[in-house]
Design a protein around this ligand. Structure first.
Ligand code: DX5
Ligand code: ZN
Length: 216
C-alpha cells in the first residue's frame, strides 16, 4: 500500500506560510493538510478560504482541507473555489451528511468524512458510495501537538474493512499525534494517509521527518 504524508500547516509559521508550504513540498510531502476551525465546533479559530487560496498559490500538491466547523455545507462552495482538492466534513457537524457529501462531489472535489475519537463510524455504510476519504481522528480536534489516542487503532481497522468491502480506492487518513513513534501502528491498522503537524513542522529537517514517518 502506498503511504502518503500530509504535513499539517497548523504547526507551520503563518508569517511565512508560502515558504513553509514550499519547504514541505520540496521535502517530499504528498499533500498539504489544511485545518479550518471556527471556534464553535472546536475551541480554536484558524483560517478561512482566503488563506486556502494563498496556500493554493504556494504549491502544486493537493490541498487536503479538514473542515472543523459547524454547518460546513454553508462554506464548501467557498473552499472549493479557493482551491481545495479534498473537502472533509465532520460526521458530527452534518445533519444532512449524504447531501453535503453529494454537494462536494457536485463541485468536482473529493469528499471526505471525519470522525472524532468518540463517534461511531457506522454512518459510513449508507454514504460510502459518496466518500473518497475517511478521516479517523486520533486526538480531539482543535490543536496541534497533542498525544495520540490508542483507541483510534481498532477504529482504523474497522474503517479499513469497510473500504475493502467498497471495492474502490478510498483514502484512509489518520490525524493527530502521528509521528515516527506512532506511524507504524497506524499503518499496520490500515491507514494510507498520515497527517503530521508537530512531527514535521516541529523539527528542523522536514525531509528527514517525512522520511522517518513514511518509513516507520
Ligand atoms: C487537530 C488537527 C490536526 C493537527 C495535527 O485538530 O486536525 O490536523 O494539525 O497536529 P499534530 O500532528 O501535531 O497532532
Ligand atoms: Zn486536521
Amino acid at each position: 500500500m502506498t503511504i502518503r504524508i500530509a504535513p499539517s500547516i497548523l504547526s507551520a509559521d503563518f508569517g511565512i506560510l508560502a515558504q513553509q508550504i514550499a519547504a514541505v513540498e520540496q521535502a517530499g510531502a504528498d499533500m498539504i493538510h489544511v485545518d479550518v476551525m471556527d471556534g464553535v465546533f472546536v475551541p480554536n479559530i484558524t483560517i478561512g478560504p482566503l488563506v486556502v487560496a494563498a496556500a493554493r498559490r504556494a504549491t502544486r500538491l493537493p490541498l487536503d482541507v479538514h473542515l472543523m466547523i459547524v454547518s460546513p455545507e454553508r462554506h464548501i462552495d467557498a473552499f472549493a473555489r479557493a482551491g481545495a482538492d479534498i473537502l472533509t466534513v465532520h460526521a458530527e457537524a452534518c445533519i444532512h451528511l449524504h447531501r453535503t457529501l453529494q454537494s462536494i462531489r457536485d463541485l468536482g472535489k473529493q469528499a471526505g468524512v471525519a470522525f472524532n475519537p468518540a463517534t461511531p463510524i457506522d454512518c459510513l455504510e449508507p454514504v460510502i458510495d459518496l466518500v473518497d476519504l475517511i478521516l479517523i481522528m486520533s486526538v480531539n480536534p482543535g490543536f496541534g501537538g497533542q498525544q495520540f489516542i490508542p483507541s483510534a487503532l481498532p477504529r482504523i481497522r474497522a474503517a479499513r474493512s469497510i473500504i475493502d468491502g467498497a471495492g474502490r480506492p478510498i483514502h484512509l487518513e489518520v490525524d493527530g499525534g502521528v509521528g515516527p513513534a506512532t506511524a507504524a501502528a497506524v499503518k499496520d491498522a490500515g491507514a494510507d494517509l498520515l497527517v503530521a503537524g508537530n512531527a514535521v513542522y516541529g523539527t528542523t529537517d522536514y525531509a528527514a521527518a517525512i522520511k522517518a514517518i513514511r518509513g516507520a
